[in-house]
Design a protein around this ligand. Structure first.
Ligand code: GDD
Length: 336
């Protein structure tokens, strides 16, 4: 029996809940600092909201983590808490930088000071890379973020490098490409597509309205990604890793996969802002609205995942159509 402990920041989010679920299956004790009255719905969905392996602690300000780390000296620290909306980051760059970078720096400094033997994982983002690289990007490729979210993540990423290279901490960046699951909030396009498609197929109603459907992402399934994240902290030496699939799919591909999962034929007409999808009766089921377009969208960024593939003993990659089907069916089952 292992006596390992893992501190997870952001345990109530998609990745935090899935990671906690995975670590509990490996008999970890989880330290879970949250704000007062956290929303535990993701943990409930996974059946782990009242597990005795999870020690929920309430913190009121970020500096409380100094005492938490000093007292618990966790074997591993997974820092996942963040402001994670690329689109919204244009509205409030200062807050995004504070949460995503300054809070990470504080955690690194508390770890070095009070628990230097802890292994530290930071959820970095593919938004740090230059967005016009034609080949699948490796961990060494050029970093050149073009939005406040990416800038904040790159600054934190470099702080993690500094604490590893100069201060000697076992600190790693997992550069996470888009990853989705049944636990995604509605503001992300995967959840928006899968829930709306399920509603249209079951009850009809308003068309699904999207922004740039030609945008392509390296999209993976979050339950796969928590296994990769775990494996990053199990290596003899600390490194940075891309967490990605090395495959690109468009927003339009996701719409097609979601309708197809429910055996509902659609066809596309028009291009760009005039594109629309119609059903077999000729009703419009998908339309485009300019208000959902992003300035400087990272459209064709694909991550070379050979480094993580080589080290993850539990590596598996759920195919795109399969997880979109799983998410859409999940939404279908939630409807009356
Ligand atoms: N949200 C949204 N809504 N996105 C849309 C829509 C829409 O109606 N229509 C098209 N898109 C396109 C966006 O322009 C973007 O290119 C793509 O769908 C995915 O958008 P999101 O699901 O909102 O994710 P994201 O790429 O902005 O951010 C996620 O991935 C990053 C890694 O690239 C988040 O998980 C970030 O935290 C993460 O770092």
């Amino acid at each position: 029996m292992t006596t390992k402990t893992a501190l997870i920041t952001g345990i109530t989010g998609q990745d935090g809940s899935l990671l906690a679920h995975y670590l509990i299956s490996k008999s970890y004790k989880i330290i879970a600092p949250t704000r007062d009255n956290p929303d535990k719905s993701n943990l409930e969905l996974l059946g782990i909201d009242d597990k005795e392996n999870i020690n929920f602690l309430v913190y009121s300000q970020w500096s409380d983590f100094e005492a938490i780390i000093s007292q618990h000296k966790p074997t591993e620290i997974y820092h996942l808490a963040a402001m994670s909306h690329v689109g919204q980051s244009h509205e409030n760059p200062q807050k995004v930088f504070d949460v995503n970078c300054n809070w990470t720096l504080e955690l690194l400094s508390y770890t070095l000071q009070h628990s230097p033997q802890s292994r530290f994982f930071f959820a970095s983002s593919c938004e740090i890379y230059r967005n016009d690289i034609a080949h699948p990007v490796t961990e060494e490729d050029e970093k050149k973020p073009n939005n406040p979210y990416g800038i904040s993540k790159l600054s934190a990423h470099q702080m993690v490098n500094y604490y590893r290279q100069v201060k000697g901490l076992y600190a790693c960046n997992g550069v996470l490409f888009n990853h989705e699951s049944e636990l995604r909030p509605n503001s992300f396009v995967s959840k928006k597509i899968c829930s709306h498609v399920a509603r249209i197929v079951k009850h009809g109603g308003e068309p699904l309205t999207l922004g740039n459907i030609e945008a392509k992402k390296d999209w993976g399934y979050a339950p796969d990604y928590v296994k990769y994240i775990y494996s990053i902290l199990q290596q003899p030496h600390a490194h940075n890793y891309n967490v990605s699939t090395s495959e690109l799919h468009s927003v339009k591909d996701m719409v097609d996969a979601a309708f197809s999962a429910l055996n509902y034929p659609i066809s596309w007409q028009g291009k760009g802002i005039n594109a629309q999808a119609i059903n077999a009766k000729g009703d419009i089921v998908v339309s485009i609205n300019e208000k959902y377009f992003r300035p400087l969208d990272n459209r064709f960024l694909c991550g070379d995942n050979s480094k993580i593939k080589a080290i993850c003993q539990d590596f598996s990659q759920t195919p795109f159509n399969q997880w979109v089907k799983s998410m859409t069916t999940h939404e279908w089952n939630l409807l009356d």
